[in-house]
Ligand binder design. Sequence first.
Ligand SMILES: *Cc1c(COP(=O)(O)O)cnc(C)c1O
Length: 434
Amino acid sequence: MGVVIRRTLAKHENMLAFKGEHATHCLKAIFGGVMSVFEEWGVRSVINASGAVTRLGGAPMPEPVLDAFCAAARESVCLDELQAAASRVIAAVTGAEAGLVTAGCSAALMLGAAAILAGDDPARMERLPQCDGFPHEFIIAREQRNPYDHAVRASGAKFVEVGFHEPVAGSGVRRVEAWEYEAAITPQTAGLFYVYDATARPRLEEIVDVAHRHGLPVLVDAAGEVYPRSNLKTLLESGADLVTFSGGKGIRGPQATGLLCGRRDLIASAAVQMLDMDDHPELWEPPTDFIDRTRMKGMPRQGIGRHLKVSKEQIIALLMALKLFSSGAYDRQRAEMTTWLQQIAATLEGLPVQCRLQVPGDGESLPILYVDVLEATAGISAMEVCRRLRRGEPAIQVGHGLLYEGKLVINPLNLNEARSAILARRLREELART
Ligand SMILES: *Cc1c(COP(=O)(O)O)cnc(C)c1O
C-alpha cells in the first residue's frame, strides 16, 4: 500500500487531481497524517459519509474526548464512585434524578428493563431473565417494534403489542392510540415501552399519563434523538421514568457508550445489576446518593447486566463529550460542514443528479446533502453508485436510507475537507461514466 506519509493535505482543488496510488497516499494523510492504523493491520479504512452509524464505528471523538479517555486509562478508580459522579453530571444535563453510563443505548434498554422488573429486590435480580411469578410484560405499539427490542426482551421481559401498522400496510390512516395501551394493561404488566422520535404517535405525554394512572413506569428508547439538544431534558420532563440515549451518535462519545437517565431508585437497580459486585457485604459502601443499599434486602451479586460493563475510560470520555455536546460546542462546525457539502454539490454540476442541501434552521442539527440520481439519464441507479463507492479505492460509504427512492444521503459528521473532496471526485467518476 506504499509508504507512510507524514504530511497533511491542503486544498480541495489539489485533492480533485489525485488518483490511484496518489489517492492512497492522500488517504494516509487524511487519516491523521500517518498510515491508517487499520491498514497497518490489513484492513481498509473507510471514508464515512453516513454519519454516526455503528456499522462504521460511530461518530468521530473530539480531541478533548480522546484526551480524557487516555488520561482515565492511566489511573484506577472505584467504578461505583465514578458512576455516582457521572450520575450527578447526567442529572445536571438532563434534569433526571439520576443517570448511568452504559455500554451503548442497547445496553441501557436492557438495564432499564431489568431495573423495572427487579426493582430493589436482589432475589429477583438473581433470577432474571426468569420472571415467573412477577409482572414482566411491556406494552409496545406494533408499529414501534424494531430489531433493537432484543435489548428489552433480553432482560426477560415479554412484549404485548397494541395497534397496527396501517399507513405502512397501505390499509388505512390511523396510528396506534393511547386507549389501546390502556386496554392492554393487566396484572402481568410491568411497564410501557416507547420508541421516541418527533413523529411518534401518540405523543409521549399521553403514554406517560396512561402508565402513571395505573402506577406503571415508561421506558423510552431515544437512542439517536439528541437533536434538538433540548430532547435531553424534554423527554424526561414529559414524566417518562427512564430514557435511554446513545453516547456514540450525536453526542460523539465513545461508540460503545450510552446513557440511562431517570428515577433514582431505578437507576440504582440498573447500576447494581451492571457493576462488578464481587465484594464483602461488610465492606460494600456505594455512594448513598447513587445506590441506597438500605432499600435492598441484601447485597446483590453479579447481575444480568454484568456483561454490559463500561470502562473508566469510556465513562470519563462520555462525560467530556456530553459536556461539549450540551454546551453547544459542536454548533460552530456546521458552517464548515455546509461548505464541504456545497463543494460536493458544485462538483456534481452538469451531471444527471439533483442535489438538495438541507441546512436545518435549529442552529444545531447537521446539514445534509441529498443527491437524487436521475437513473433514466444517468444509466446507473443510486444503489449501484452506492455499491461502487463502497468497493472503490478508497472505500466510501454514503447514507443508504433513501436508496429505494434513488437518493444518496451525504452526512458530513465524519468528513473533513480532504475526505469530502475525494467523495466528490468519486461521485463524479461514477456518474460521468455514461
Ligand atoms: C442506534 C439505536 C439503538 C442502539 O444504540 P447503541 O448506542 O448503538 O447501542 C437503539 N435504538 C435505536 C432506535 C437506535 O437508533
